[in-house]
Design a protein around this ligand. Structure first.
Ligand SMILES: [Zn+2]
Length: 237
């Protein structure tokens, strides 16, 4: 019986650790997933800003080119004004010049809008790029750390499960079923006594029961909470 009780004590310790691992593991994948989706959204925000910036710069480049062409055209028409001989030709040319110039006014307005937007976007890019780089590096570090923790936990869990399997071979089915039943209901199935009381529910025990527990010759359950009571010798005991 002593051996069964000792094995049950060891089993309880393994199950305590497995329980802890289960609780810890629950939130790990969730945390990793959350960090990754945050990282994705930061990257995609930056990409979108860059795309808008590229688009605006391209449009501005086009407008600048067109404006230069238009200015040249105006200059050419103005030079031709000196050469015309009839009023009709003169009117036609001045009309032409006005049309080109009014097109230029529209383009210059758009040019101003684009230049302002680009300046703002470049400012946003510069500040958020640095922020994002720092943030992403931080996320990466957190993710690696979590992954490492999670892997370590997996290894430890496998170890404990193997130990548990070995250990249960030393315990009869009858005791094992009882243990499992109490574990499910109470989370801890095997508890020590402290100052003549059950550690699980603090119920005071009679000297006779305490004596029997100390003998470790029989499986004694707490009459109040049903947990298996054992004597765990302390150092120097
Ligand atoms: Zn109890």
């Amino acid at each position: 019986m002593k051996n069964v009780l000792k094995s049950l004590i060891d089993l309880q310790e393994i199950d305590r650790q497995l329980f802890e691992i289960d609780e810890k593991k629950g939130s790990l994948p969730e945390q990793v997933e959350k960090l990754e989706s945050q990282a994705e959204s930061i990257k995609s925000d930056l990409r979108n800003t860059q795309l808008t910036l590229d688009k605006n710069q391209k449009e501005l480049l086009g407008i600048n080119g067109t404006l230069m062409d238009a200015a040249e055209k105006v200059k050419k028409y103005q030079d031709q004004l000196y050469l015309v001989t009839t009023n009709r030709e003169y009117d036609a040319l001045t009309n032409e010049i006005e049309t080109v110039k009014s097109g230029m006014v529209e383009m210059e307005a758009r040019q101003l809008v684009l230049e302002t937007e680009i300046e703002e976007l470049e400012g946003t890019m510069a500040s958020s790029e640095q922020q994002s780089t720092d943030f992403l590096a931080q996320l990466e570090a957190n993710r690696d750390e979590l992954k490492e923790k999670s892997d370590l936990t997996d290894v430890r869990q496998k170890e404990l499960e193997l130990q548990r399997e070995e250990l249960t071979k030393n315990i009869g089915q009858r005791y094992l079923r009882k243990y499992d039943r109490i574990l499910k209901a109470r989370r801890r199935a095997v508890v020590a006594i402290e100052r003549s009381a059950c550690v699980g529910c603090h119920k005071q025990l009679s000297p006779q029961v305490v004596y029997e527990i100390q003998q470790m010759d029989s499986l004694i359950e707490c009459e109040n909470c049903g947990r298996i009571l054992v004597h765990i010798p302390k150092d120097g005991d």
